[in-house]
Design a protein around this ligand. Sequence first.
Ligand SMILES: C[S@@+](CC[C@H](N)C(=O)[O-])C[C@H]1O[C@@H](n2cnc3c(N)ncnc32)[C@H](O)[C@@H]1O
Length: 231
Amino acid sequence: MNRRDAPAVDPGEEALGRSRAVQSTQTGPHEALEAVVARHAENRFAKPIAEYNRQAFASVADRVDTDERSLILDSGCGTGDSTRLLAARHPDHLVVGIDRSADRLSRRRTTTPENCLLVRADLIDFWRLAQQAGWQPAHHYLLYPNPEPKSRHLKRRFHAHPVFPAFVALGGRIEARSNWRVYLEELSIALEFHGRATRLSPLDIGPEPLTLFERKYAASGQPLWRLTTTD
Ligand SMILES: C[S@@+](CC[C@H](N)C(=O)[O-])C[C@H]1O[C@@H](n2cnc3c(N)ncnc32)[C@H](O)[C@@H]1O
């Protein structure tokens, strides 16, 4: 495999400071993006939901109060560092971190606050289950999603996937971070297509990185970006 196409791996301590910027032939939003987003907005995503995702959803659903916006989602939370930090910062919210990698979720390095739940599930199903259950997160974090930088892998990016309307329907203040600005430019276009206003800005992480990947990218001097909804 060409090294630049290698999937993102969890940064070990030795890797800090040596992370390479995303390489892609794309220098701006994919030319097919708007057509893909529009198509997914028109068509119901009918892929059956896997039983293990139903069980994972059921294991946390009892804790979620759907009448109140006291929920924060951390989608693709990896090791859950960000989920724990967000739970500590928002003691009045329940913070749910979701990741499909059992391996990453098992690398628990600090104690998990009582208002923090980590669940292993595929977001492609989990977001639809959350939407069906009427979840209304106050904040929804998407921190360093896999960039899938090959142009032909556009549809692997969440905003170009048929599940995207379910992600948007969950609502709340969305915050996405990435070391690949193009990903966030595309996410912005897709969100604005669905009527959300967004702002894309450079990210100054300050002394406390929110995630392991953020720490790695910052340590290697890569510019980081943040997209937030502003409405
Ligand atoms: C680059 S890592 C970032 C992890 C973490 N947010 C961080 O910044 O350290 C992307 C994460 O998204 C997760 N992921 C990708 N696609 C997913 C999906 N469809 N469902 C659940 N998790 C997914 C991966 O397992 C991985 O942990």
